[in-house]
Design a protein around this ligand. Structure first.
Ligand code: HEC
Length: 152
């Protein structure tokens, strides 16, 4: 009987895992090809990302028109910065807003202030920019206080 129960448990676990893997919106298996970080840095400048962004640990050229919006990219973040999240935040900004409810990041309807750049970026530029940005992100775990709340 005991043997049978553990067999059933193993079967259930396997089914559960298989079901998770098959979810249509799962990021599992998502991977762009390796890019060229030097070309990515260049595209970051020429495609106007510098108009709103600086990158921690890199001194990029300043934009020609002074910034009216400044969002720093990279550095320590308390949000898990997975590969999939990084790509999503470039091509689908409103899905992955850096911090909700920050006036500099979203409009009153909750849409990201980052424009949709997908009509202008080539796939190669996206691949290269992702490769350039990723090493600039560091994942930091939240610190917990004694009463269990964490601060950032
Ligand atoms: C007009 C301003 C503007 C431009 C141009 C712009 N962004 Fe953004 N970007 C934002 C704003 C505002 C946010 C914060 C809100 C959000 O997360 O969507 C943001 C967020 C991001 C984030 C997520 C940051 C995080 O740590 O969660 C990434 C990555 C990013 N931008 C990359 C780019 C790249 C690459 C380009 C150029 C192809 C670009 N952005 C061009 C305004 C801009």
């Amino acid at each position: 009987m005991k043997y049978r129960n553990s067999k059933i448990a193993a079967l259930l676990a396997a089914l559960l895992l298989a079901a998770c893997g098959r979810q249509v919106d799962s990021p599992q298996g998502f991977r762009l090809p390796d890019g060229d970080p030097v070309a990515g840095r260049e595209a970051f400048v020429t495609m106007g990302c510098v108009q709103c962004h600086t990158v921690v640990g890199d001194s990029l050229p300043e934009p020609e028109i002074p910034r009216s919006l400044h969002v720093q990219l990279g550095g320590e973040t308390h949000r898990v910065k997975t590969y999939a999240q990084l790509v999503t935040s470039i091509i689908h900004p409103s899905h992955a807003i850096k911090d909700k409810n920050v006036a500099d990041y979203e409009d009153p309807s909750g849409k990201s202030l980052m424009p949709d750049l997908t009509p202008y970026l080539t796939v190669k530029q996206l691949v290269d920019i992702t490769q350039y940005l990723q090493p600039h992100y560091k994942v930091v775990f939240p610190e917990y206080t004694r009463d269990g709340l964490y601060y950032q």
